[in-house]
Design a protein around this ligand. Structure first.
Ligand SMILES: [Zn+2]
Length: 137
């Protein structure tokens, strides 16, 4: 297996974390997989062995998913209500499942995008540099 690309680096790190993450691929080699299950991350990449312990998107995917789905779902519910004036159970059988399914379907690509973005931007927990000093003037 040739580990070197044209630019001479060992791997082929992503320059588009959104595209790589949405496809669920490793941000370092773009060949291994991020996910072990639907939403659980693998421990490491099976191709380049990148340790995924840095990845912690927390509730970011859920927040962005709900934010993206809420307005169209509300629009659909309002259209349904004003057009047909259905009973509440119609919303329980249409609006609710559509909203939930759309949110769940968006979680995986959003999580992949956020994890790849963490790698790409070298995001990590903030720390205090105690050795830092103001320059003496
Ligand atoms: Zn990899």
């Amino acid at each position: 297996m040739n580990k070197h690309n044209r630019r001479g680096s060992q791997w082929n790190p992503t320059d588009n974390p959104m595209l790589t993450g949405v496809r669920g691929l490793c941000p370092r080699c773009q060949r291994g997989h991020l996910f072990r299950g639907y939403l659980s991350l693998a421990k490491s990449c099976e191709v380049c062995e990148l340790d995924y312990s840095f990845a912690d998107p927390a509730d970011g995917p859920a927040f962005f998913s709900m934010s993206a789905v809420a307005i169209p779902a509300l629009g659909f519910a309002l259209w349904l209500q004003t057009t047909f004036e259905p009973a509440v159970w119609v919303h329980l059988l249409t609006t609710l499942p559509i909203t939930l399914a759309t949110c769940v379907l968006l979680l995986r690509p959003l999580k992949g995008w956020l994890v790849c973005s963490q790698y790409f931007h070298k995001a990590e927990q903030g720390t205090i540099d105690r050795d830092w000093q103001r320059p003496k003037s």
